[in-house]
Design a protein around this ligand. Structure first.
Ligand code: SME
Length: 156
């Protein structure tokens, strides 16, 4: 089924989120393939909110392996608990980094990233994959972003 991105670019982030969540749920509703759904969710977030990089890393043993993403090419594998992504898996909770230069061990896939938010998808107590969002703006994330991205992750 075809879907068009239907979110007015003039709305602010808070106004966009309920529409993005609605669209995310519609995109994945009839599709059981996780990779296909991750790909569309990454595109939806990147296109509607204009972040520098949006994508998924999938847990494979003691590593994270790059999954579907939108943005510049990125590190393929990250050893847990390295980087913000590895810390998210270890802590089993969202990690919000207002200034990546102040996060000890941050992995700079792109020099343009200034702040970062990483959220885990937990199934039966185990982190299966993470959603990573990089912004080229300092201090670009808040609890609002955590809440909506967690809701989007629930649909996957
Ligand atoms: N900055 C991340 C690495 C992944 S990229 O941002 C796409 C980290 O420190 O884990």
């Amino acid at each position: 089924m075809a879907h068009d991105l239907n979110i007015n670019p003039n709305l602010n982030r808070e106004e966009k989120y309920p529409l993005i969540l609605q669209q995310a749920e519609a995109l994945v509703k009839d599709e059981p393939n996780l990779i296909a759904n991750m790909a569309n969710i990454a595109a939806l977030i990147k296109e509607s909110l204009q972040f520098h990089w949006v994508g998924f890393y999938i847990v494979e043993g003691d590593e994270l392996v790059l999954g579907p993403f939108q943005g510049p090419v990125a590190c393929t594998r990250i050893k847990i608990p390295k980087g913000v992504c590895g810390a998210c898996v270890e802590r089993k909770e969202a990690v919000l980094v207002p200034d990546v230069d102040k996060f000890d061990g941050h992995i700079a896939c792109s020099s343009l990233s200034r702040s970062e938010l990483v959220l885990p998808k937990i199934v039966d107590g185990t982190v299966k994959f993470i959603l990573d969002i990089d912004s080229s703006e300092l201090d670009d994330f808040s609890q609002l972003d955590i809440d909506y991205f967690n809701s989007i992750l629930k649909s996957l």
